[in-house]
Design a binder for this molecule. Sequence first.
Ligand SMILES: Nc1ncnc2c1ncn2[C@@H]1O[C@H](COP(=O)(O)OP(=O)(O)OP(=O)(O)O)[C@@H](O)[C@H]1O
Length: 255
Amino acid sequence: MDPLLKTNNVSISFGGIKAVQDFNIVLNRGELVGLIGPNGAGKTTAFNLLTGVYQPTTGTIEFDGVDVTGMKPYKITQHGIARTFQNIRLFGNLTVLDNVKIACNYLVNYSLAEAILRVGRYGKEEERIEREAIELLRLFKLDDKKDELASNLPYGLQRHLEIARALAARPKLLLLDEPAAGMNPQETLDLMHLIEEIRKRFELTILLIEHDMSLVMGICERLYVLEFGKILAQGIPQEIKSNADVIRAYLGEEV
Ligand SMILES: Nc1ncnc2c1ncn2[C@@H]1O[C@H](COP(=O)(O)OP(=O)(O)OP(=O)(O)O)[C@@H](O)[C@H]1O
């Protein structure tokens, strides 16, 4: 089967800094792959390239048989790539439910005129969106908090809501940028199980940036390691753990 995502020598520079250089990765359908590397290695920049936030200086990105290089972020979302952010980006003054419903709107099937006049397909679509949003919240055990303001949720649940919102766009590929940041060990463990569950349930492919090595090594099937914008190593967790270059890059930290 064709891979879901394939990047070809994707690079970007900011001024003189080559933030990402010759980024070549392949994600097969259904894989859960980690993207790790020291601070400033280029991981978030790679996500910004895959989601159209940045245009690559050179190189191409093929997603599900389509060349998505240079597409606007909303187009890329419509093609099936969704993400979460390192720093939570919820609409804090909207309810938990509305945060998810907004993301469903990428997929609405009614015209602007029908929405303004509140006729035609509008009503049915709105019902469907609400139903799907509540189902998602149930999966994340957030349905009993659907009417609370997102900013009032505890930190760990805000991270869950971000993932629920990303899923509302029904992606084929989910990019998670440090989903366990700031979580305690129990919350991290719960998150690991949740990620595995949503992968199965939604038949997702997942690319995960994470500094928590127990999380990455525990759930990822393969890993790419970035250093100074370049791929330093790739392989299964066992290979990466014992890779001399990777150990050096992490300056003797336990990998
Ligand atoms: N918009 C930008 N303008 C200038 N430099 C940038 C920009 N975005 C990223 N960089 C630089 O690109 C390099 C890679 O940064 P990036 O945030 O992708 O690293 P990272 O691996 O995600 O780091 P961390 O683990 O700390 O989040 C850094 O040197 C950063 O300063």
